[in-house]
Every structure is written in structure tokens, then in C-alpha cells.
Ligand binder design. Structure first.
Ligand code: CTP
Length: 397
């Protein structure tokens, strides 16, 4: 199963680091190549020599090790493997991952990678139970980080409870699962995201408050399940996700073209906040202040991208999903919108300023389908994405 698979193994500092040696041995027995990375704290528990000897590969320890930068830069190192495994992952490493810190080699690799990351935590039970660690774990799960363990039992520190590093064979089972093709392998999903900008003249435009956070989270969650994702994005605040095909556009018209040019999709998700109108008399050069009065902008309606795709007579994606951003009569408006646009599902949300949803990190959605609806409790946009991805797996099975 692991033959020819390449694992980048980050060994954190903890009494359980010795188990990483056994893990390396067992991974190699199964045919995997293991590139080891040892944190400074990790090297207090296992020696660099034993790690590199068992792995049969060069050991990487320091971000500023110029020799290894010459051989392989940290960006390349973070992406050359099929999977990154962190074992043991200390509370400190988890906190760094959550915060997106990059102040040593291990945290930099974890921030720079475009590969899936499997984490095997190990720490004292009180550290595990601490609200900060639990908060970090929830965020990392939303970020699509995979976990194995920890187990429960007597700990080296004399306490009892959760926090023991998973056994090497458990970690190997999790590695097998992570490297197995995801449930959306072979499925192509098209996603629109972010706002569109409609020019008034070469320097001014009309826009909206969409940050692109929800569409980006959906793309990330689907890619993590093995989907081939085409991500058509307007000028968003958040960077596009890794590992997906990104097509950047500005206007609604460009977005429509990009969607129509994309390869046939199994599912299409329209999370973009597309401007309803464009300025028909946009200036070709900057409109100057005029002593005789204000310029008059003439509006024309943009094509409805979601409705266009929903009503395709050939090559329509099996599942077409829209969003309904409403401020009043949310469910009634969204239900009517689903029918009018012809999509299969619509995710309705209340974007009144008081909800903080537009541009915020949380979302509160109702999934409206032909035969009923589901109210999802308020949760992070990442969690909405993971839940939607799971629904897609069922629907496309
Ligand atoms: N949408 C689209 N193309 C447009 C307008 C909207 O693809 N020109 C999609 C959005 O991506 C979203 C859905 O249609 O999935 C609903 O967007 P929304 O702004 O809520 O609806 P509108 O059609 O703009 O209706 P209204 O502004 O009247 O509420």
C-alpha cells in the first residue's frame, strides 16, 4: 500500500519521540520513502544520527541550513512528499500550526505545503484538556488537518488520561487512509467565489463586501477529499486555496466566460457575490469632475451565471448549488430563488449587517433542496465547507 509513497515526517519534541523511530522503520518496511525533519526540541529526545540512519535519508533540522537550502529549498521540501506526518505533535507545534507561524523549519514546512497533513498529538493530559489546545484542535480540523490519536492511558509524567501518542501501527493505518484516493477522486467541481468589480472608468469600480472566504473554504474542503477543483475567483480578500486550478477574473462578464470555458464539471458551486449590474456607459478614460453636475451612470444587467449553468441543456453538472444572500424573508426569498434559477440546492444566508456574515468568518445557512431543507447551526465558514463537501460526496456517489 505504501510502496513508492513519500512521507515527510516531522518529529516534535516530546517523550514519545522515540516512537517515531519505530514508525520510520515500519514505514520503510512497507516500501515508503521517509524524509525526516527533527525539531530542536525533538533532538533533545532522539538523536539526529539515529533518525537519519533509520530513515536512510538526509535529515533536515534547520531553516537556515544553507547547505540543505542549496540541495532542496524549504518550499520544495514541503511539497515533494505525498503526505506530511507530524509525530509527535506537541501542544506548541499545534499552536504554531493554528496561528500560521513560520519561525522554524517544521512550522515553515507546515505553512508552505500544498499537501495533506496528518498530525499525531502527544502531550500531558492537562495540556491536552486546556481550552487553548482544544480551540486549536477545532481550528485545525476546520483547516482540514487530519488527526490520529491521542490515546488514553498512563503517561510518562505520572498522570492518566488522553495525550499519549498513537501507536506506530495506528499512525500507519491513518497514513494508509490519508493516502487512499479521496471519495471525490475523479470528480471535477467548479466553484465561483469572491466579489466582482464592475468598472465605472479605468480607475473606479462598483463592488460588494464579499471576502471570498466561504468559496475558498469550500474549494479547500473539496480538494482535501480528492476533487479536481476549478476555482473562478473575483478580487477576493483571502488568498485562493492551494492545490486547485485558479482562474482570476474581475467582472461578472469575465466570470461567465471563465465558467463557460471550464472543463465539464460533475458539480458546480456558485459562491461568488456577482454584481447584478454593470455600468453600460463606463468611461474609457477617467471621468473628470464636471462643474455642470454629476456624471450619470447607466446600468445594464449582468448575465446570471448560476441560472445560465442550471439551465444548460447539454453538459449540465449533475449537481448545481447556489447561494442566496438575503437581508429579508430569507427562506421564502431563497426558496423562490432556487426555483427561478433552476439550481438543485441553494444555501440561504442572512447577510444583514447585524449578522456579521458578509466579510466575517462565521456563517449561518439553511440548505434548501427540492424536497425539503436543513437548518445548519451557526458555524465557521470552514465548517460549513466541510459539511457541504460531505453532502457532495453523498450526492455524487
Ligand atoms: N449569481 C450568479 N450570477 C449573477 C448573480 C448571482 O451566478 N449575475 C449567483 C450567485 O453566485 C449566488 C446566486 O446566484 O449563487 C444568488 O445570488 P444573489 O446575489 O443572492 O441573488 P441575485 O440573483 O443577485 O438576486 P437578488 O440580488 O435579487 O437577491
Amino acid at each position: 500500500m505504501l510502496a513508492d509513497k513519500h512521507i515527510l515526517l516531522i518529529i516534535g519534541g516530546g517523550i514519545a519521540a522515540f516512537k517515531a523511530l519505530d514508525l520510520i522503520r515500519r514505514l520503510r518496511e512497507r516500501g515508503a520513502k521517509v524524509t525526516p525533519v527533527l525539531t530542536k526540541a525533538g533532538s533533545e529526545f532522539v538523536t539526529p544520527l539515529s533518525v537519519s540512519a533509520l530513515a536512510g535519508e538526509k535529515l533536515y533540522q534547520d531553516l537556515f541550513d544553507l547547505t540543505s537550502e542549496a540541495e532542496m529549498g524549504h518550499i520544495e521540501l514541503s511539497r515533494a512528499a505525498d503526505l506530511i506526518v507530524v509525530a509527535p505533535a506537541t501542544a506548541d507545534l499545534l499552536a504554531k500550526m493554528t496561528a500560521g507561524l513560520a519561525n522554524d523549519l517544521a512550522s515553515t514546512l507546515l505553512l508552505a505545503t500544498d499537501k495533506r497533513v496528518l498530525v499525531a498529538p502527544s502531550m500531558n493530559v492537562r495540556m491536552w484538556d486546556h481550552a487553548a489546545t482544544q480551540r486549536n484542535l477545532a481550528q485545525l480540523a476546520d483547516d482540514c488537518i487530519l488527526f490520529v490519536g491521542p490515546g488514553e492511558g498512563d503517561m510518562a509524567c505520572g498522570e492518566y488520561g488522553p495525550g499519549r501518542l498513537a501507536e506506530p501501527l495506528e499512525i500507519i493505518a491513518a497514513i494508509d487512509a490519508a493516502l487512499a484516493d479521496g471519495p471525490l477522486k475523479g470528480k471535477h467541481v467548479l466553484i465561483t467565489s469572491g466579489p466582482t468589480h464592475e468598472p465605472i472608468d479605468p480607475v473606479r469600480y462598483i463592488a460588494n463586501r464579499s471576502s471570498g472566504a466561504q468559496g475558498t473554504a469550500i474549494a479547500r474542503a473539496l480538494a482535501a477529499l480528492g476533487a479536481d477543483v476549478t476555482f473562478v475567483t473575483g478580487p477576493a480578500d483571502v488568498p485562493p486555496p492551494m492545490g486547485v486550478r485558479v482562474i482570476k477574473v474581475h467582472t461578472a462578464a469575465e466570470m461567465l466566460n471563465a465558467v463557460q470555458d471550464a472543463p465539464a464539471a460533475d458539480a458546480a458551486i456558485f459562491a461568488a457575490a456577482v454584481a447584478d449590474w454593470y455600468v453600460a456607459n463606463a468611461g474609457e478614460s477617467k471621468i473628470k469632475k464636471d462643474v455642470n453636475g454629476f456624471p450619470t451612470l447607466e446600468f445594464a444587467e449582468n448575465s446570471d451565471i448560476l441560472a445560465t449553468v442550471s439551465k444548460m441543456t447539454s453538459g449540465r453538472p449533475k449537481l448545481v448549488i447556489g447561494f442566496a444572500a438575503e437581508t429579508d424573508n430569507v427562506i421564502a426569498n431563497a426558496t423562490a430563488k432556487r426555483k427561478r434559477k433552476g439550481c438543485d440546492w441553494i444555501l440561504a444566508n442572512d447577510v444583514s449587517p447585524s449578522t456579521g456574515i458578509m466579510g466575517g468568518s462565521q456563517n449561518d445557512v439553511t440548505l434548501i433542496m427540492e424536497n425539503g431543507s436543513e437548518d445548519w447551526p451557526r458555524m465557521s465558514k470552514d465548517a460549513v465547507a466541510v459539511k457541504l463537501a460531505a453532502k457532495l460526496v453523498e450526492a455524487l456517489a
